[in-house]
Design a protein around this ligand. Structure first.
Ligand code: PEP
Ligand code: MN
Length: 352
């Protein structure tokens, strides 16, 4: 990729002319806006491409190559953080966003009671899986579309946008019909057909790091989604597999500052799948806040012992509320307050 750096005084029309020229020359160009500096990334160009015509266009300062493989995801293309607006909350904008809910949607009662407990404690986004990637084919695989339906209704009743997993390219449209954020699970981080499919979707994506995925591989996986045209991607560290066996996974907290140094995308920590045990979840959540993550995604359940999946790592409602009470003053002290709860929306579809 080559980056066309615009002069500080370059106008919107100048940028438009660069984009138009690229399009007419068969070059795939994307604008990047930042205070003090606008740029245009030309994805299918390299140092061998003749760009002298572009160089001569009004407002163009200089043209430089990108030195990393993750072009669109990297800070070279876009120095400013990406902010993803989801149902009244801005992810990546400085506030700390808490997403919470059950591992899987089990029943109308369960998801509604979770939604009201999330909202009451100050969580801003409802999580829950309707399509579940289970290690065993004999385990509960999720409720499917009926689960999406009741989850969307539960979210709406509490004014909470919903994040839910999509496991197959053919289901992206269906899931996007209900979900505010499409989750790609750890096991699918390098499912390139799925990444391309969500790249076409008009929904933000929460991309989970695989348990054996390096940070560079995660960034390259995100690159697929951005290259497909969807720039609303957040990256989620959920624990990696190490020699340690006392926790389910090992939370790689260093992923937060490392990813932030390399990429403009928001970073979310999932302390639940990292820890595997509910008693360790609040400490990992605090570490996420302290390390500079943009938010967390936490599993909770009305009766964790009876959960269809991941009960051992799920908080009950009181534990969730207590964790929020612990996070709140720390978030305020750090100048990154918990994203504020909003009044319930009276009605309307999940797509609005
Ligand atoms: C989940 O969020 O419930 C989940 C299955 O997570 P992961 O893909 O990180 O294992
Ligand atoms: Mn789970």
């Amino acid at each position: 990729m080559m980056i066309v750096l615009m002069k500080p005084e370059a106008t919107v029309a100048n940028i438009g002319a660069v984009l138009r020229h690229c399009r007419e020359s068969g070059l795939n160009a994307m604008p990047s806006h930042g205070p003090g500096r606008n740029a245009v990334g030309i994805i299918n160009a390299n140092q061998g491409t003749d760009l002298t015509a572009v160089e001569g266009l009004p407002g163009v300062d200089k043209i430089t190559p990108v030195s990393t493989a993750f072009n669109l995801v990297g800070r070279e293309f876009q120095p400013e953080p990406t902010v993803i607006p989801v149902g009244g909350v801005n992810i990546g904008d400085g506030e700390f966003v808490v997403m919470a809910g059950p591992c899987c949607v089990e029943s109308e009662d369960q998801i509604h009671s979770c939604a009201s407990a999330v909202a009451a404690a100050g969580g801003r986004i409802l999580r829950g899986g309707a399509y579940k990637p289970r290690s065993s084919p004999y385990s509960f695989q999720g409720m499917g579309e009926p689960g999406l339906k009741i989850m969307a209704a539960a979210g709406q009743a509490q004014g909470l946008p919903i994040v839910t997993e999509v496991m197959h390219p053919d289901l992206v449209e269906t899931v996007a019909g209900y979900a505010d954020i499409l989750q790609i699970g750890a096991r699918n981080v390098q499912n390139y057909a799925l990444l391309e499919a969500v790249g076409q979707a008009r929904r933000p994506v929460l991309l989970k790091r695989g348990m054996m995925t390096t940070i560079e591989e995660l960034l390259l996986a995100a690159e697929y989604i951005l290259a497909g045209g969807n720039r609303q991607v957040m990256l989620c560290e959920r624990g990696i597999r190490t020699f340690e066996t006392t926790t389910r996974n090992t939370l790689d907290i260093s992923a937060v500052p490392v990813i932030k140094s390399m990429s403009h995308l928001p970073v979310i920590i999932d302390p639940s799948h990292a820890a595997g045990f509910r008693e360790f979840v609040p400490a990992l959540a605090l570490s996420a806040l302290a390390a500079g993550a943009d938010g967390i995604m936490v599993e909770m359940h009305p009766v964790p012992e009876k959960a269809f999946s991941d009960g051992r790592q799920s908080l009950d409602f009181d534990q969730f509320a207590a964790m929020m009470d612990t996070l709140r003053p720390v978030a305020t002290a750090l100048g990154r307050p918990l994203a504020a709860a909003k009044a319930p929306v009276p009605s309307g579809g999940a797509l609005s």
